[in-house]
Structure formats: structure tokens, C-alpha cells
Design a binder for this molecule. Structure first.
Ligand code: TXA
Ligand code: MG
Length: 333
């Protein structure tokens, strides 16, 4: 029996009932698919960690329908009010101090005095939170350390039966995990770049510190460990040619790219050649990134050559995920 269910009203109600009883449901969001549980149920949240093989020190984002509901769990400050008004619902997660009397499971904070809160825009995610009448704790719906899922099939491949029930809501439109910003100090800190870019944050908040370098040994955001977002096949970044036995992940025109030993990259078979965006559009590239990595990773290539991607706007987030994916093989756990 398939675990994938169309997100009809009836199936959303079924999913909510499952979560009320402490079960897990994989749900679509505009960024990536999440593995959701009732955020107020300790056992349910604990089972997220078990299903993903996630280390218990890695806290989980809690999803709400509105800023007002999130404000019952965390203390908003001026920066948070501003960002919520501008970017919620949408692909932005804010780290804020937990309220002492909140009924959100402490496991979501993994021992920290803070909580990551987000208000997703995907209608199915919103309907599910409404039907559950409780916030939803949800990390990305993949086995810990592997690529985030942008389709229901990715969830099934990565988690199998551990996902419980998968609500299908199409391809994730953004395709990269949400921007994570720590607002607990005087100066905001960008912990994970995403569709809300560093430039967006600077424009509205002024000074913003950046702390998502892959070389950081003790990341402030526990999930920003190097091994995250890893395909099985090694990546070769900023490639200007394709080596024999390699696949190509292109960006923009690959017309003039050669294959070492003879031939043109554009003549490679489709199994070995994917283009993030023929027109060099960063939004399109972000939406395709994980699906194309999943696809090429399933082939038996020695490595995946990835063309250079400009390090501005959404390109910062794309390059962050690519560097993590490439770094992962050099630094096995
Ligand atoms: O787009 C997304 O954010 C998706 C969808 C499902 O919402 N979720 C997601 O969750 O990517 P996850 O768990 O894969 O990544 C959340 C990141 C991790 O790096 C985690 O360490 C960090 O946010 N995080 C969560 N709570 C935190 C906290 N209280 N303090 C610092 N970092 C936190
Ligand atoms: Mg994740």
C-alpha cells in the first residue's frame, strides 16, 4: 500500500487525527517537505528524531498559522515583528526566546532556551495545522544527513515506512530550506541562507552577522554540521569541464563546455546532464537543485561536476547547500 495520499480535505483530516494520536505525517511546505508531529506532544516529537536518525542535540522548527499563535510560544522583539510583517507566511525561520509557560515540547528546543518558529505559506501545511489545532514540529522529511525532499517520492525514498503518512502537495516551490535567523541578540545572525536573502535582511534590519560558513567547527545552529545535505556521489564544484565518468549539473548555457578526452557536454545523455536553469535564473535553479541532485545521485557516476553559480542573492543559499554536499564526502562522520 502506498504511503502517499493526495491532500484532499478528507486526507488532511485523517492526517490531523493521526497526529493527534502522536503519529507522524510528512507534509508539503513551500520550501521542502517536512516530517511533522504535534509540537505539544513529547512522545510524538521524540519519534521524529527516531524516524530520521537525528541526533537529539539538534532542535526542531515549530510551524504556526500566524504570528499571533507563534507569539504564544516565544517572545517577539522589534526585529521579529518587522520580519514577520514582511515575510510571513513564507520561507523564514526566526530563533527567539521560549516562553516559560509554553506547552511546546522542550524536545523542540533540544535543551536550548530558544525556539525556532516559522509560519509556512503552503496551503496544505496551513490546513493541517488548522485541523490539528496545534502547532506542528517539523524538520525536513529526510533521513538525517541526506538531501532534503522536494517531492513526496523523495520522502518515500529517504524515510520509507518511517514517514508514517505522506501528504502530497506537489513539488516544493522554493526548493531550499527556509532562511534561519537568530534574533535573540542585539544584532541578528543569519544561521542558514535561504529564499529570504542576506540582502533582504540587511535592507530591513541594518547590520546582520553571518554565521553559516561550512568551516565553522562549532555551529551555533546545531543542524549546520558539515555532513548535512549530502548526496552519495561526490560533487566537484566550479567545474569548467566534464571528466569521463562524471555527470554534469549545469547552470546557464553549457554550450561551450567540453568533456575531457573529447566531446561536448551538451551531447551527454539526459541521465548524465541536468541544467538547473538554462537562462541562469537563480530562483529556478533553487527550485531544481535537490531534485536534480537526487536524480544524478541515483546514477552510478564517479562524481557530479557542478558549474559555477554566482554568489549573490539566492545564489548564496544554493552555494551553501552545494558546499555542504561537497564537503560532506571529504569529512565523513
Ligand atoms: O524549510 C524548512 O525550514 C524546513 C521545513 C519543513 O519547514 N525545515 C527544516 O528543518 O529544514 P531542519 O530541522 O531540517 O532544519 C532546521 C535548522 C537546523 O539546522 C536546526 O539546527 C536549526 O534549524 N534550529 C532549529 N531550532 C533551532 C534553535 N532553537 N536554535 C538554533 N538553531 C535551530
Ligand atoms: Mg534538514
Amino acid at each position: 500500500m502506498s504511503l502517499i495520499f493526495e491532500a484532499t480535505e478528507e486526507n488532511i483530516a485523517k492526517a490531523a487525527a493521526r497526529m493527534k494520536n502522536g503519529g507522524l505525517v510528512a507534509l508539503p511546505t513551500e520550501t521542502v517537505y517536512g516530517l511533522g508531529a504535534d509540537a505539544t506532544n513529547d512522545h510524538a516529537v521524540a519519534s521524529i528524531f527516531a524516524a530520521k536518525g537525528r541526533p537529539s542535540f539538534n532542535p526542531v522548527i515549530v510551524h504556526f498559522r500566524s504570528k499571533e499563535e507563534a507569539a504564544e510560544a516565544v517572545v517577539f522583539n522589534h526585529h521579529a515583528e518587522l520580519l514577520a510583517a514582511l515575510f510571513w507566511p513564507g520561507p523564514l525561520t526566526m530563533i527567539l526566546p521560549r516562553r516559560e509557560n509554553t506547552d511546546i515540547s522542550k524536545l523542540c528546543s533540544a535543551g536550548l532556551p530558544t525556539l525556532a518558529v516559522r509560519c509556512p505559506s503552503h496551503p496544505v501545511a496551513r490546513q493541517l495545522i488548522k485541523a490539528l489545532q496545534s502547532p506542528v514540529a517539523a524538520p525536513s522529511a529526510n533521513a538525517s544527513g541526506s538531501l532534503s525532499p522536494t517531492t513526496p517520492q523523495h520522502v518515500l525514498l529517504s524515510l520509507g515506512g518511517n514517514a508514517g503518512m505522506i501528504l502530497a502537495g506537489g513539488k516544493a516551490a522554493v526548493g531550499l530550506e527556509s532562511t534561519v535567523v537568530d534574533l535573540t541578540g542585539d544584532v541578528p545572525v543569519l544561521l542558514r541562507p535561504g529564499a529570504v536573502t542576506l540582502e533582504d535582511l540587511q535592507q530591513h534590519l541594518g547590520e546582520v552577522l553571518v554565521e553559516f560558513s561550512v568551516t565553522s567547527e562549532k555551529p551555533k545552529s546545531p543542524g549546520q554540521l558539515l555532513k548535512h545535505y549530502a548526496p552519495k556521489t561526490p560533487l566537484r564544484l566550479k567545474a569548467v569541464d566534464v571528466k569521463p565518468g562524471e555527470a554534469l549539473l549545469a547552470f546557464g548555457s553549457a554550450k561551450f563546455m567540453g568533456v575531457v578526452g573529447g566531446g561536448a557536454a551538451k551531447d551527454l545523455p539526459q541521465e548524465a546532464y541536468q541544467n538547473l536553469s538554462e537562462n541562469g535564473d537563480l530562483e529556478e535553479a533553487a527550485a531544481h537543485l535537490f531534485a536534480m541532485l537526487h536524480y544524478l545521485d541515483a546514477g552510478a557516476f564517479e562524481s557530479i561536476a557542478v558549474m559555477n553559480i554566482p554568489d549573490t542573492g539566492l545564489g548564496v543559499a544554493i552555494n551553501d547547500r552545494l558546499r555542504r554536499a561537497a564537503g560532506a564526502q571529504k569529512h565523513p562522520e
